[in-house]
Design a binder for this molecule. Structure first.
Ligand SMILES: Nc1ncnc2c1ncn2[C@@H]1O[C@H](COP(=O)(O)OP(=O)(O)OP(=O)(O)O)[C@@H](O)[C@H]1O
Ligand SMILES: Nc1nc2c(ncn2[C@@H]2O[C@H](COP(=O)(O)O)[C@@H](O)[C@H]2O)c(=O)[nH]1
Length: 202
């Protein structure tokens, strides 16, 4: 069970281009009570991506050193690059009673679920495969072969739906954002209610 003194750990996954980043960005613009975990990656920065805001960009050699130092809560090779969640940062946020969102792939989410089963696991799906391909193509950040690589993983990724607590269809961004927000608010309530009930003298 979730310790109500600690913050909630929220994990968001879904196929590439479904809109995870867009949903998280909107959540932070609108609500200032959730903290975003900035991952470390060996991927090259896209135009406009800022070191320490979107990712901590690093080399494969440095990433391997961080793995050896046990610096990651989870890490995985995704679409040919390494990505990892900084352990200490996330632990400090949760310890301080603040909620933390990890936007990570399914391999990473499964690792987190093993270590922290009390986390809230949300899977974002597109309204259709055509719309997913349209979104990643229109984003214009990957070349056709990279898009092909990412889209070839969609069916395997979708086969992990049952490992998640919630599914959010990202049809319209505002609605998807409010659905994620509602899940977080409901989970906060559940955690504090459960605690009160368990501690209630009967
Ligand atoms: N509901 C939506 N309707 C239309 N376009 C959307 C919607 N949500 C996101 N998009 C657009 O789709 C593209 C992909 O979104 P985004 O980068 O947030 O995806 P992502 O899931 O974070 O991808 P990745 O895993 O590759 O980082 C962006 O151009 C974004 O503006
Ligand atoms: N296991 C992890 N996956 C992560 C992490 N940070 C991001 N990701 C996922 O990687 C893919 C690709 O991201 P992109 O920025 O290159 O488009 C996407 O599914 C992200 O959710 C992480 O720390 N660990």
């Amino acid at each position: 069970m979730h310790d109500p003194e600690k913050g909630l750990l929220i994990v968001i996954s879904g196929p590439s281009g479904v809109g995870k980043g867009t949903i998280c960005r909107e959540l932070f613009n609108k609500y200032d009570d959730i903290i975003y975990s900035v991952s470390t990656t060996t991927r090259k920065p896209r135009p406009g991506e800022v070191e320490g805001k979107h990712y901590f960009f690093t080399t494969e050699e440095e990433f391997q050193k961080l793995i050896a130092q046990d610096a990651f809560l989870e890490w995985a090779q995704v679409y040919g690059n390494y990505y990892g969640t900084p352990r200490q940062y996330v632990e400090e946020i949760l310890q301080a009673g603040k909620d933390c969102i990890l936007e990570i792939d399914i391999q990473g989410a499964l690792q987190v679920k093993q270590k922290m089963p009390e986390g809230i696991f949300i899977f974002v799906v597109p309204p259709s495969l055509q719309e997913l391909i349209r979104r990643i193509t229109c984003r214009g950040t990957e070349d056709p072969s990279e898009i092909e690589k990412r889209m070839s993983q969609v069916s395997e990724e979708m086969s992990h739906l049952q490992d998640y607590d919630y599914i959010v269809v990202n049809d319209e961004v505002p609605s998807a954002v409010e659905q994620v927000r509602a899940i977080i608010v409901a989970e906060r309530c559940r955690s504090s209610r459960m605690c009160k009930l368990i501690n209630m003298e009967v």
